[in-house]
Design a protein around this ligand. Structure first.
Ligand code: AVI
Length: 313
């Protein structure tokens, strides 16, 4: 078995800085990457099982039914790199069809990543598995030093690209392009624009799991930064904004209240929002333009039930 785990702890230090900066901003905001502590990862997995949230299931079904065609379009690959790999479940599917020499999985949630990547390495004795615990939006360049030479495929499934603004998406895809190198490819999955009611339901599931996921952010700040948020005094509020083409998630204050984080006080008016996430939905041509601005040209695409997977070179 070949398994390597490397921790780039700089990401941890950002939580306090980002939270203090985000609470001082107007409107208040916190980056969605901070949803994913251990309870947050568990809640996100539960969201993916909710009947209203079809995104993950649809992508899984698309990948399962089209895998031979996708693998044929990709061709020979030496190294698969998956930023935001989480529990490595999606990489496992690709490994069945492509037979790379190395798999590099990257995630900010280091301990869950390490455990999942080690299991993968045990199941594939011929594969070199490298797990990098880092904030890939900031530290991706550091990953280059750990890539074996050869043809690289960056795999970015799950519509995670939708959690970035269009400008941020171009910047991130440009960094993927640099990491993939001259013969590199990008396989990316994203959610398509669709009936806003369907989108609304997906982020307002009846079981309240998305609400718990959103509110867990406040509990995380209490646990890790000694903040004193009272989660029952905030309401999960998610809606589709058709002008911006995105779901917006907010935590709306149910009272005029003051919250303390690291000895700084922040006032919330009744009805004031803390903006926690955007989830952009795309038309296929819109997405092509974003990718083209990052130096990628489209090679192939697959679509199923409002979800698209595109291959770029
Ligand atoms: C990870 N990301 C693509 C999910 C999304 O749909 O934007 C996160 C999520 N937020 C609420 N539900 C799911």
């Amino acid at each position: 078995m070949s398994f390597q785990f490397l921790d780039f702890p700089s990401a941890r230090d950002d939580l306090l800085t980002d939270v203090l900066g985000g609470l001082a901003a107007c409107p208040k905001r916190i980056p969605p990457k901070y949803f994913y502590d251990e309870p947050g990862c568990r809640l996100f997995s539960a969201i993916c099982e909710q009947p209203e949230y079809a995104l993950t299931r649809t992508e899984r079904a698309l990948m399962a039914s089209r895998l031979p065609g996708i693998a044929a379009a990709i061709g020979e690959v030496d190294c698969i790199i998956e930023p935001g790999a989480g529990d490595c479940g999606k990489a496992r599917v690709l490994l069945q069809a492509l037979h790379p020499v190395q798999l590099v999985v990257i995630d900010i949630a280091g301990s869950a990543l390490a455990a999942a990547a080690e299991l993968l390495a045990r199941a594939h004795p011929g594969l070199a598995v490298t797990a990098l615990a880092m904030d890939f939006v900031r530290d991706l360049e550091a990953a280059s030093a750990h890539l074996q030479p050869g043809r690289r495929l960056v795999y970015y499934p799950g519509s995670s690209i939708g959690n970035f603004s269009p400008d941020e998406a171009v910047a991130l895809l440009t960094r993927f392009h640099r990491l993939a190198g001259p013969a590199g490819q990008l396989l990316i999955g994203f959610d398509l624009k669709k009936d806003p009611q369907q989108l609304h339901r997906a982020y307002n599931d009846a079981a309240g799991i998305t609400a718990a996921f959103n509110l867990n952010l406040l509990e995380r700040l209490n646990r890790e930064l000694g903040a004193d948020f009272d989660p029952v005094r905030f309401r999960h509020y998610a809606f589709y904004n058709p002008l911006a083409g995105r779901i917006e998630m907010h935590l709306v204050s149910l009272a005029a209240q003051t919250v303390k984080v690291a000895n700084q006080r922040f006032h919330f008016d009744l009805g004031e929002t803390l903006h926690t996430e955007n989830s952009y939905k795309f038309r296929r041509d819109e997405f092509n333009e974003i990718a083209a601005n990052a130096g990628w040209h489209r090679v192939n695409e697959w679509e199923q039930d409002g979800f698209a997977v595109q291959l770029f070179a």
